[in-house]
Design a binder for this molecule. Sequence first.
Ligand code: MN3
Length: 242
Amino acid sequence: MDRKDFIKGAALTGSTLLLTGVNGVFAQGIEHSKMDNLVDDKGSFIQLPLPYSENTLEPFMDAETLHLHYTFHHGGAVKGANKDLQMIRKAMDENNFETVDFWTKKLAYHFSSHILHSIFWTNLSNKKTDPKGQLLKRIEKDFGSYDKFKGLIASTSKNLDGNGWGILGYQPYSDSLTVLQCENHEKLTQWGVIPLLVIDVWEHAYYLKYKNKRADFVDAVFNIINWDNVADRLDQANKLKG
Ligand code: MN3
Protein backbone atom coordinates (compact mmCIF):
# COMPACT_ATOMS: atom_id res chain seq x y z
CA MET A 1 0.00 0.00 0.00
CA ASP A 2 1.52 3.37 -0.95
CA ARG A 3 1.20 6.45 1.18
CA LYS A 4 -1.69 7.86 -0.80
CA ASP A 5 -3.75 4.67 -0.44
CA PHE A 6 -2.86 4.53 3.21
CA ILE A 7 -4.01 8.07 3.82
CA LYS A 8 -7.18 7.44 1.88
CA GLY A 9 -7.95 4.38 3.97
CA ALA A 10 -6.92 5.99 7.20
CA ALA A 11 -9.14 9.03 6.60
CA LEU A 12 -12.11 6.76 6.93
CA THR A 13 -10.96 5.36 10.24
CA GLY A 14 -10.02 8.72 11.74
CA SER A 15 -7.65 8.23 14.61
CA THR A 16 -5.71 5.42 12.92
CA LEU A 17 -3.78 7.98 10.96
CA LEU A 18 -2.84 9.96 14.05
CA LEU A 19 -1.89 6.99 16.13
CA THR A 20 0.40 5.62 13.46
CA GLY A 21 2.30 8.86 13.39
CA VAL A 22 1.56 10.11 9.87
CA ASN A 23 1.12 13.80 10.39
CA GLY A 24 -0.89 16.46 8.68
CA VAL A 25 -4.21 14.70 8.21
CA PHE A 26 -6.09 17.85 9.04
CA ALA A 27 -4.10 20.38 7.09
CA GLN A 28 -0.91 21.42 5.53
CA GLY A 29 -0.98 24.90 7.13
CA ILE A 30 0.42 22.82 9.84
CA GLU A 31 3.62 22.52 7.86
CA HIS A 32 4.61 25.75 9.54
CA SER A 33 2.64 25.67 12.78
CA LYS A 34 2.85 21.87 13.30
CA MET A 35 -0.24 22.22 15.47
CA ASP A 36 -1.81 19.13 13.89
CA ASN A 37 0.96 16.90 15.18
CA LEU A 38 -1.09 15.51 18.02
CA VAL A 39 1.03 12.52 19.00
CA ASP A 40 4.72 11.77 19.42
CA ASP A 41 6.46 8.81 17.79
CA LYS A 42 5.42 6.54 20.66
CA GLY A 43 1.76 7.37 20.21
CA SER A 44 1.48 9.58 23.32
CA PHE A 45 -0.56 12.75 22.94
CA ILE A 46 1.43 16.00 22.88
CA GLN A 47 0.40 19.65 22.94
CA LEU A 48 2.49 21.90 20.73
CA PRO A 49 2.96 25.63 21.38
CA LEU A 50 0.40 28.12 20.11
CA PRO A 51 1.30 29.44 16.65
CA TYR A 52 1.21 33.05 17.98
CA SER A 53 1.56 34.94 21.27
CA GLU A 54 -1.33 35.04 23.71
CA ASN A 55 -2.23 38.68 23.00
CA THR A 56 -2.30 38.25 19.22
CA LEU A 57 -6.07 37.92 18.97
CA GLU A 58 -6.88 40.98 21.14
CA PRO A 59 -9.35 42.62 21.42
CA PHE A 60 -11.62 39.90 20.00
CA MET A 61 -10.11 37.14 22.14
CA ASP A 62 -8.33 38.45 25.25
CA ALA A 63 -4.91 37.17 26.32
CA GLU A 64 -6.06 35.93 29.74
CA THR A 65 -8.83 33.80 28.24
CA LEU A 66 -6.47 32.43 25.62
CA HIS A 67 -3.85 31.61 28.26
CA LEU A 68 -6.29 29.75 30.52
CA HIS A 69 -8.00 28.06 27.59
CA TYR A 70 -4.82 26.77 25.95
CA THR A 71 -3.01 25.86 29.18
CA PHE A 72 -5.72 24.31 31.31
CA HIS A 73 -8.62 23.33 29.06
CA HIS A 74 -6.74 22.10 26.00
CA GLY A 75 -3.75 21.06 28.15
CA GLY A 76 -6.04 19.19 30.54
CA ALA A 77 -7.56 17.26 27.63
CA VAL A 78 -4.11 16.15 26.46
CA LYS A 79 -3.24 14.90 29.97
CA GLY A 80 -6.64 13.22 30.21
CA ALA A 81 -6.27 11.49 26.84
CA ASN A 82 -2.88 10.08 27.84
CA LYS A 83 -4.31 8.73 31.09
CA ASP A 84 -7.31 7.19 29.29
CA LEU A 85 -5.04 5.45 26.80
CA GLN A 86 -2.80 4.19 29.61
CA MET A 87 -5.79 2.80 31.51
CA ILE A 88 -7.07 0.98 28.40
CA ARG A 89 -3.61 -0.52 27.80
CA LYS A 90 -3.37 -1.53 31.47
CA ALA A 91 -6.76 -3.24 31.33
CA MET A 92 -5.67 -5.14 28.23
CA ASP A 93 -2.34 -6.13 29.83
CA GLU A 94 -4.17 -7.40 32.90
CA ASN A 95 -6.92 -9.02 30.87
CA ASN A 96 -9.48 -7.20 32.99
CA PHE A 97 -12.06 -5.42 30.85
CA GLU A 98 -14.45 -4.30 33.61
CA THR A 99 -13.64 -0.60 33.32
CA VAL A 100 -12.71 -0.25 29.63
CA ASP A 101 -16.07 1.17 28.60
CA PHE A 102 -15.51 4.07 31.03
CA TRP A 103 -12.00 4.83 29.70
CA THR A 104 -13.08 4.41 26.08
CA LYS A 105 -15.74 7.09 26.55
CA LYS A 106 -13.22 9.31 28.33
CA LEU A 107 -10.74 8.88 25.48
CA ALA A 108 -13.37 9.84 22.89
CA TYR A 109 -14.06 13.00 24.91
CA HIS A 110 -10.44 14.00 25.65
CA PHE A 111 -8.93 13.10 22.28
CA SER A 112 -11.75 14.86 20.43
CA SER A 113 -11.10 17.92 22.61
CA HIS A 114 -7.39 17.75 21.71
CA ILE A 115 -8.18 17.49 17.99
CA LEU A 116 -10.70 20.32 17.94
CA HIS A 117 -8.61 22.71 20.07
CA SER A 118 -5.53 22.06 17.92
CA ILE A 119 -7.52 22.96 14.81
CA PHE A 120 -9.18 25.94 16.52
CA TRP A 121 -5.88 27.71 17.29
CA THR A 122 -4.74 27.46 13.66
CA ASN A 123 -8.17 28.64 12.45
CA LEU A 124 -7.53 32.03 14.09
CA SER A 125 -5.30 34.94 13.12
CA ASN A 126 -5.01 38.70 13.61
CA LYS A 127 -4.53 39.09 9.88
CA LYS A 128 -7.72 39.94 8.02
CA THR A 129 -8.54 37.23 5.48
CA ASP A 130 -11.62 36.29 3.47
CA PRO A 131 -12.76 33.03 1.94
CA LYS A 132 -11.73 32.99 -1.71
CA GLY A 133 -10.84 30.68 -4.60
CA GLN A 134 -11.90 27.05 -4.33
CA LEU A 135 -13.09 27.43 -0.75
CA LEU A 136 -15.47 30.26 -1.63
CA LYS A 137 -16.74 28.37 -4.70
CA ARG A 138 -17.36 25.31 -2.58
CA ILE A 139 -19.22 27.33 0.07
CA GLU A 140 -21.39 28.89 -2.64
CA LYS A 141 -22.09 25.51 -4.21
CA ASP A 142 -23.04 23.78 -0.97
CA PHE A 143 -24.72 26.62 0.95
CA GLY A 144 -25.92 29.05 -1.74
CA SER A 145 -23.74 31.99 -0.68
CA TYR A 146 -21.14 32.98 1.90
CA ASP A 147 -23.76 34.99 3.81
CA LYS A 148 -26.11 32.02 4.03
CA PHE A 149 -23.25 29.80 5.22
CA LYS A 150 -22.24 32.41 7.81
CA GLY A 151 -25.84 32.64 9.03
CA LEU A 152 -25.98 28.86 9.35
CA ILE A 153 -22.75 28.30 11.26
CA ALA A 154 -23.23 31.39 13.45
CA SER A 155 -26.75 30.38 14.41
CA THR A 156 -25.72 26.77 14.96
CA SER A 157 -22.89 27.89 17.26
CA LYS A 158 -24.90 30.49 19.18
CA ASN A 159 -27.86 28.18 19.81
CA LEU A 160 -26.01 25.11 20.98
CA ASP A 161 -27.43 23.65 24.21
CA GLY A 162 -24.71 23.59 26.88
CA ASN A 163 -21.08 23.27 25.82
CA GLY A 164 -19.78 22.41 22.40
CA TRP A 165 -18.63 23.57 18.98
CA GLY A 166 -19.95 24.89 15.70
CA ILE A 167 -18.07 23.06 12.93
CA LEU A 168 -17.66 23.42 9.18
CA GLY A 169 -16.46 20.10 7.85
CA TYR A 170 -15.84 18.30 4.60
CA GLN A 171 -17.79 15.05 4.28
CA PRO A 172 -15.99 12.73 1.84
CA TYR A 173 -18.88 10.24 1.65
CA SER A 174 -21.14 12.88 0.07
CA ASP A 175 -18.32 15.03 -1.32
CA SER A 176 -19.80 18.12 0.31
CA LEU A 177 -19.30 20.69 3.01
CA THR A 178 -21.47 20.30 6.08
CA VAL A 179 -22.14 22.25 9.27
CA LEU A 180 -22.28 20.32 12.53
CA GLN A 181 -23.49 21.35 15.97
CA CYS A 182 -21.18 19.31 18.19
CA GLU A 183 -22.06 18.78 21.85
CA ASN A 184 -19.15 18.51 24.27
CA HIS A 185 -16.29 17.48 21.94
CA GLU A 186 -17.39 14.19 20.48
CA LYS A 187 -21.17 14.13 20.07
CA LEU A 188 -23.40 14.77 17.04
CA THR A 189 -20.77 14.17 14.40
CA GLN A 190 -21.19 12.38 11.09
CA TRP A 191 -18.59 9.65 10.68
CA GLY A 192 -15.94 10.61 8.17
CA VAL A 193 -16.26 14.39 8.47
CA ILE A 194 -12.95 16.25 8.36
CA PRO A 195 -13.17 19.47 10.40
CA LEU A 196 -12.10 22.61 8.50
CA LEU A 197 -13.29 25.43 10.76
CA VAL A 198 -14.25 24.93 14.39
CA ILE A 199 -15.75 27.51 16.77
CA ASP A 200 -15.43 26.75 20.47
CA VAL A 201 -18.55 27.92 22.31
CA TRP A 202 -17.79 26.35 25.67
CA GLU A 203 -18.22 29.02 28.36
CA HIS A 204 -14.46 28.85 29.08
CA ALA A 205 -13.86 30.22 25.57
CA TYR A 206 -15.53 33.58 26.23
CA TYR A 207 -16.91 34.08 29.73
CA LEU A 208 -14.18 36.38 31.14
CA LYS A 209 -14.70 38.95 28.42
CA TYR A 210 -18.18 38.35 27.02
CA LYS A 211 -19.90 37.06 30.19
CA ASN A 212 -23.24 35.49 29.17
CA LYS A 213 -23.19 37.05 25.69
CA ARG A 214 -22.19 34.02 23.64
CA ALA A 215 -23.71 35.52 20.49
CA ASP A 216 -21.39 38.55 20.77
CA PHE A 217 -18.40 36.21 21.07
CA VAL A 218 -19.43 34.20 18.00
CA ASP A 219 -19.85 37.43 16.00
CA ALA A 220 -16.40 38.59 17.21
CA VAL A 221 -14.75 35.33 16.12
CA PHE A 222 -15.59 36.19 12.50
CA ASN A 223 -13.05 39.05 12.78
CA ILE A 224 -10.20 36.63 13.50
CA ILE A 225 -10.91 33.61 11.31
CA ASN A 226 -7.87 32.57 9.30
CA TRP A 227 -9.63 31.69 6.04
CA ASP A 228 -6.30 30.74 4.46
CA ASN A 229 -5.98 27.97 7.04
CA VAL A 230 -9.55 26.83 6.36
CA ALA A 231 -8.74 26.79 2.61
CA ASP A 232 -5.55 24.75 3.26
CA ARG A 233 -7.61 22.25 5.21
CA LEU A 234 -10.13 21.92 2.38
CA ASP A 235 -7.31 21.38 -0.15
CA GLN A 236 -5.88 18.68 2.05
CA ALA A 237 -9.27 17.04 2.59
CA ASN A 238 -9.90 17.01 -1.17
CA LYS A 239 -6.63 15.15 -1.71
CA LEU A 240 -7.85 12.40 0.60
CA LYS A 241 -10.62 11.41 -1.78
CA GLY A 242 -7.93 10.91 -4.45
MN1 MN3 B 1 -12.24 24.95 24.64
